[in-house]
Design a protein around this ligand. Structure first.
Ligand SMILES: N[C@@H](CCC(=O)N[C@@H](CS)C(=O)NCC(=O)O)C(=O)O
Length: 220
């Protein structure tokens, strides 16, 4: 058995943060595929009781330790290995600031937008999509401004804040109906810098479950 197990699926940018970190640090890890769209495993009582009471993916298992929330997983792995670690207290807090902003406002809106556009049945109300798109544009513009004057979110080196922020940004433009790197010109070169790191892989290569079967996702 590998040293780490990660509950994940290919379409999850939230899980991609953890999968990418594991690959970039050269960890010995294996994915445990979650049938999110079909059986909705994450909503079943045994998943909530035995794996994650929050009913979410990703979940990282490391020996007896079981961790959820990608920000916690990234923090655990950077503390353990020293890789992609913010340097000093100010940087640690700065990384946390970007990780929270990302989880809530950047990929926190982009992920549901992509989900509703591609996977939800019945289709989502256009007014909801318009609301999310406006939030996505505004928050990506903030990230773009930061990256126009910084190589990486905190400065000259990539940290867990960058790994967190990549979550949904490598998925194809067709899945959004707009092109993030065209609309936000500083984001593309930064994604390329991240892509050049040893161990980088696209989410569809790194995690199982792509392509998806024909079934859509229903709320119940
Ligand atoms: N803030 C969490 C978000 C996790 C999350 O929302 N994961 C989605 C999959 S991409 C999920 O499991 N949603 C549960 C559901 O919709 O039933 C993290 O970064 O780990």
């Amino acid at each position: 058995m590998s040293e780490y197990q990660l509950y994940c699926f290919a379409q999850s940018g939230n899980a991609y943060r953890a999968a990418l970190m594991l690959n970039l640090i050269g960890a010995d890890w294996e994915p445990i595929w979650i049938d999110f769209f079909g059986a909705g495993v994450q909503r079943k009582p045994d998943y909530r009781e035995g794996v994650n009471e929050m009913g979410e993916v990703p979940v990282l298992v490391h020996g007896k330790k079981k961790l959820t929330q990608s920000g916690v997983i990234l923090t655990y792995l950077t503390d353990l290995t020293g890789k992609f670690k913010p340097q000093g207290e100010d940087e640690r807090l700065e990384a946390l600031r970007w990780i929270i902003f990302d989880n809530q406002k950047v990929n926190g809106f982009l992920g549901p937008y992509r989900f509703l556009k591609n996977f939800a049945k019945p289709a989502c109300d256009p007014a909801v999509m318009a609301f999310l798109k406006e939030r996505v544009d505004g928050n990506l513009a903030i990230v773009n401004k930061r990256l126009a004057s910084h190589q990486y979110l905190l400065g000259d080196s990539p940290t867990i804040a960058d790994i967190s922020m990549t979550a949904y940004l490598y998925y194809p433009a067709e899945e959004y109906g707009f092109d993030i790197v065209k609309d936000h010109p500083a984001i593309g070169p930064w994604l390329d810098r991240m892509k050049a790191l040893l161990g980088w892989k696209h989410p569809y290569e790194l995690m199982p479950g792509y392509p998806l079967g024909t079934q859509g996702y229903r709320q119940s």
